[in-house]
Write a protein that binds this ligand. Structure first.
Ligand SMILES: NC(=O)c1ccc[n+]([C@@H]2O[C@H](COP(=O)([O-])OP(=O)(O)OC[C@H]3O[C@@H](n4cnc5c(N)ncnc54)[C@H](OP(=O)(O)O)[C@@H]3O)[C@@H](O)[C@H]2O)c1
Length: 239
C-alpha cells in the first residue's frame, strides 16, 4: 500500500541545495507541507525564497538542545528526513579523532536524537528516512571514515524500525551524485573521477539528485517498507 503525502508535514534536515533540496521540492510537489531545517536558517530562507509550502527552521544535529527546541517548535510532524553529513575522508594515517567524531555526531548520533525527540510527536503512519552512502557497500582505501559512519546509519535504521514501529524507519544509500560534494577533488579531478566511474558502472552514468529524491519519496510512502536500506547507486558496489 502507498500512502499519500497530501497535506502531510515533512521535515528535511540538510542544506538548501543538493539532495536535500531535491527531496524538499519533490515532497512539496507531492502535496506535503515541508519544513527545511539546517544550521543556517537565513541561508535556507534565501534558498527557498518565494517557494510555496516550504518553511524553514534552525537545527544543529550535533546539539541535542537544538534538536529538542526544534521538536518543541514543530509540535507534530509526519515524516522526517535527515540528509546532514560531515565526511571524514582520507586514508587511515590521515584520519583524526575530531573529524571522525564529527562524522558520527552529524550522521548517526544527531539523527538518533532527532528520532528521540520527534518520534513521540509523529503520527503512527509517519516515517523517518536516514542517509547512508555507497562507501558502506563498496569498501575502498580512503573512505574508511565515511564507510563506518554510513554502516552505522544502516544499523541505526534497523534498530529504530524495531523500537519505534509502527512508525517506519529506513535509510537511503546514494552512489556518486554531483551535488558539489565532490568539489574537493578539484575540477579536473572530479571530471576524471566521474568519467572513470561512468565508464565502469553498470548504468554508465553518475546519479542525479532526482534519482535520490524519488527513493526518499518511495521510502516515505511505502507503508510495508521498514528497517531497510535502499541502495540507489547505479550498481557501483558490483564493480
Ligand atoms: N553527493 C553524493 O555523491 C553522496 C554520496 C553518498 C552519500 N551521500 C549522502 O547524501 C546526503 C546528502 O548529500 P549532499 O551531497 O546533497 O549534501 P552534503 O554535501 O553531504 O551536505 C550535507 C549538509 O549537511 C549539513 N550539515 C552538516 N552538519 C550539520 C549539522 N550539525 N546540523 C545540521 N545540518 C548539518 C550541511 O549544510 P550547511 O553547510 O548548510 O549547514 C551540509 O552541507 C548526505 O548524507 C551524504 O553523505 C551523498
Amino acid at each position: 500500500m502507498t500512502a499519500s503525502l497530501k497535506d502531510r508535514s515533512v521535515l528535511v534536515v540538510g542544506r538548501g541545495g543538493g539532495i536535500a533540496r531535491a527531496v524538499v521540492e519533490a515532497a512539496r510537489d507531492a502535496g506535503a507541507l515541508v519544513t527545511a531545517a539546517g544550521r543556517d536558517q537565513e541561508a535556507l530562507k534565501a534558498a527557498y525564497d518565494g517557494q510555496p509550502a516550504i518553511g524553514t527552521e534552525q537545527v544543529d544535529l550535533t546539539d541535542e538542545a537544538s534538536i529538542a527546541a526544534l521538536a518543541e517548535r514543530l509540535g507534530t510532524v509526519d515524516h522526517v528526513v535527515s540528509t546532514a553529513s560531515a565526511r571524514a575522508r582520507g586514508k587511515l594515517a590521515d584520519l583524526d579523532r575530531d573529524a571522525l567524531r564529527l562524522s558520527f555526531d552529524t550522521k548517526v548520533i544527531g539523527p538518533l536524537m532527532l528520532a528521540k525527540h520527534l518520534a513521540p510527536r509523529m503520527s503512527p503512519g509517519g516515517s523517518i528516512t536516514l542517509f547512508s552512502g555507497v562507501a558502506a557497500a563498496k569498501i575502498a582505501v580512503g573512505t574508511l571514515g565515511v564507510a563506518i559512519t554510513n554502516g552505522s546509519v544502516e544499523v541505526l535504521a534497523r534498530s529504530l524500525a524495531l523500537e519505534l514501529g509502527p512508525l517506519r524507519v529506513n535509510a537511503v544509500s546514494p552512489g556518486v551524485i554531483d551535488t558539489g560534494a565532490w568539489d574537493a577533488f578539484g575540477e579536473q579531478g572530479k571530471a576524471d573521477y566521474f568519467a572513470d566511474l561512468t565508464s565502469r558502472n553498470p548504468v554508465r552514468r553518475i546519479g542525479t539528485i532526482d534519482d535520490i529524491a524519488a527513493a526518499v519519496l518511495f521510502a516515505m510512502t511505502s507503508t510495508f517498507l521498514t528497517g531497510t536500506t535502499l541502495h540507489v547507486d547505479g550498481g557501483e558496489p558490483l564493480i
